[in-house]
Design a protein around this ligand. Sequence first.
Ligand SMILES: NC(=O)c1ccc[n+]([C@@H]2O[C@H](COP(=O)([O-])OP(=O)(O)OC[C@H]3O[C@@H](n4cnc5c(N)ncnc54)[C@H](OP(=O)(O)O)[C@@H]3O)[C@@H](O)[C@H]2O)c1
Length: 305
Amino acid sequence: MPHSIEKVLVIGASGLVGGHLVRQLLTEGRTVHCLARDATRVQELADAGCEVTTGDILDPAAVATALESVQAVYICIHTLSPQAHSSSGQNFMDVETAGIQNVINGCRDVGIRRLMYVTSIGVATDARSAWVCGRAQIEQRLFATGLDVTVIRPGMIIGRGGTGFDAVARGARGRAAIVLGRGTQRFRTIAVDDMAYYLAGVLDDPRSFGHHYDVGSDDVMTIGEMIDVAAERLGRRRPVKVHLPGRLLRSAAPLIERATSMPRGAMTGLVDSLQVDMSGDPKPIRLILSRTPQTYRQAIEHALR
Ligand SMILES: NC(=O)c1ccc[n+]([C@@H]2O[C@H](COP(=O)([O-])OP(=O)(O)OC[C@H]3O[C@@H](n4cnc5c(N)ncnc54)[C@H](OP(=O)(O)O)[C@@H]3O)[C@@H](O)[C@H]2O)c1
């Protein structure tokens, strides 16, 4: 069956979610374009047929070029990673807000109506974390544009290359596993393939316009529980959990940000987000996309291979 939307732009294709999404869309027979800061990081996708514009979401000209001739846009970025303007002290949420405003402006200029944005379960405008609160504000701003917007919110994405899951896998392979904070935060897990299924699935579906959806399996777990199940799967003993207190991380945040080239505020935003319950409600999206999501155990079978 022909798709009503043939050509899409994925921003964040070098990342875990964006990369899987591009492959899913190509498999469905769509034409896919991506905006990537470093073309070498999307070479495999280019080899698979994805067109590439090199550029930063903060660059309106690059965003405008990437938007040429597409009918829909996915934004799958997070700005905790090093940013071009970090050295000038630009806050990580300012980068995301300004970048997404570039996308909104670019869509309006060329008449693109369909836009999808990936955030996280638990985003809320009254949250303490600048990350969690800032993203809720961006969601609101997007819904207020009048464009056909859908927001997809995962909890913990299970897939090799994901920052969260790689830490789980690393912990499971060692004798001791580092856990940020008290480790009581609960996450709904989702296999990265299911994440790509939901993102691709809403693309042509007008029922999803103007909605945000929590997505995930029926498994809600702490990081420690995820590590222990992964260790069991690997045939290893459960590692000792070494907790890094939130207060310590918060006071060392500026230092950590400088040492790791994280943009300003990113570490504090991350630590403050450890308070957020990320279990959410995955039922509403299942009313329109009915595939049964993989359990955590099924998802790690693939991710740990
Ligand atoms: N992974 C999880 O467990 C998880 C859980 C909940 C929510 N999420 C959400 O899912 C979304 C995707 O996450 P992910 O795990 O796929 O992240 P990821 O693997 O770290 O990828 C992030 C992507 O953002 C791109 N990016 C960052 N800053 C950019 C900029 N200024 N201009 C253009 N691109 C930029 C990165 O490009 P470069 O390659 O150039 O750095 C990369 O492609 C994010 O919204 C994240 O918060 C993820």
